[in-house]
Design a protein around this ligand. Structure first.
Ligand code: HEM
Length: 354
């Protein structure tokens, strides 16, 4: 029989147990066999608990006290300021995989990470005024920017994971979720690092208008204006546009796309919208091959997507990626990692790999 460790419960813990049971990954972390006032945790599930108690992040006395004396949910909201714990990041990554497997939400998690990072302005030196991957997208004021329509759903999807890991910033969680979604959809491994520091309030959100429009008067110029401001180049623009191999556009969110197509009417996830590719949960180079061939009116091509085959410099990369998926994966992984670090302040400064 598995060795069990019993923790004395305070009166709030029964509520905690029932709320945790409803969370996707709680069963992986804790198995409750409540008898009287005891909470039993199988030893196989203890590594996570140990990592919380022994992590540098939680070494501060008040954090340990929070874990021992309070329910998990209240510990999760305790603010701790030391560096991120790699064990928590790894555990959260498994929870994200579970979420992806049940909700098929890869695309919206990728868009979440991109819209947090994509506000970066290289011409502003101060953090967090420069914008970027700093978790500011969790605030309502920024979620209400027109470009972020629908992203509140992404935040709601990962909130229970955030609540379980007080040691992981929103900024890291958004980027972890995005990179994991790309990898789980069949895309390349992204050379990520973690330790991003979060902004501390809605007053630190960037002003509206830093993300690209899908239908500006001169799409190629607009893409350069926006992505160059982030310090990215033509190759990054084309490679990153390839993320539209995943997902759909919904008229009720962005105003772009058809309400449904033959590829989206059955879901998975909430049905509807218009995808760029037939298999919109699979990360491959079909975004480029479909735009090049323009063979199917059920597939979406935004004006900015069309620009990558129209502009002479963009076209070099678009043609290369349409012909060679390995080349696309290599460049995409590099550009995605760059994007995920934009504007971020890391603690420790060199970041953490997992
Ligand atoms: C190049 C400029 C870009 C423009 C103008 C643009 C525009 C859009 C628009 C209009 C949508 C539809 C949103 C909706 O209706 O729900 C969308 C979705 C999406 N975008 Fe972009 N995007 C751009 C770049 C990127 C980049 C760089 C990434 C990631 C690296 C990305 C990832 C996604 C994903 C995955 C979706 C699907 C979301 C879902 O299915 O819920 N986009 N984008």
């Amino acid at each position: 029989m598995a060795e069990r460790v019993s923790l004395a419960l305070n009166t709030t813990t029964t509520t905690m147990a029932s709320s945790l049971r409803t969370q996707v990954s709680a069963s992986r972390l804790l198995r409750f066999s409540s008898s009287g006032s005891k909470l039993s945790i199988p030893s196989s599930s203890l590594s996570f608990t140990r990592s919380l108690v022994s992590s540098p992040l939680l070494s501060q006395k008040r954090c340990q006290a929070a874990l021992v004396n309070r329910s998990f949910s209240s510990a999760a909201t305790t603010h701790c300021t030391a560096a991120t714990d790699p064990e928590q990041l790894k555990s959260a990554r498994e929870d994200i995989k579970e979420l992806l497997n049940t909700k098929f939400c890869h695309p919206i998690l990728v868009r979440l990470g991109w819209h947090d990072a994509g506000t970066y302005n290289k011409n502003i030196s101060g953090w967090p005024q420069r914008g970027g991957a700093n978790g500011s997208l969790r605030y309502e004021i920024e979620l209400k920017h027109a470009a972020n329509a629908g992203l509140v759903n992404a935040l709601n999807l990962i909130k229970h994971i955030k609540d379980m890991y007080s040691g992981i910033s929103y900024a890291d969680l958004f980027q972890l979720a995005s990179a994991t979604a790309i990898e789980e959809a069949g895309g390349p491994k992204i050379p990520m690092k973690y330790g991003r520091v979060d902004t501390s309030g809605p007053h630190e959100c960037p002003e509206e208008g830093r993300l690209p429009d899908a239908g500006p008067p001169s799409p190629a110029n607009h893409l350069r204006e926006v992505f160059y401001r982030m310090g990215l180049d033509d190759k990054d623009i084309v490679a990153l546009s390839g993320a539209h191999t995943l997902g759909r556009s919904r008229p009720e969110r962005s105003g772009w796309g058809k309400p449904e197509t033959k590829y989206t009417k059955e879901g998975p996830g909430a049905p509807g919208g218009q995808s760029w590719t037939p298999e919109w949960l699979k990360f491959d180079n079909s975004y480029f091959t479909e735009i090049k061939e323009k063979r199917d009116e059920d597939l979406l091509v935004l004006p900015t997507d069309a620009a990558i085959f129209e502009d002479p410099s963009f076209k070099v990369y678009a043609e290369k990626y349409a012909a060679d998926q390995d080349a696309f994966f290599k460049d995409y992984a590099e550009s995605h990692a760059k994007l995920s670090n934009l504007g971020a302040k890391f603690n420790p400064p060199e970041g953490i790999s997992i």
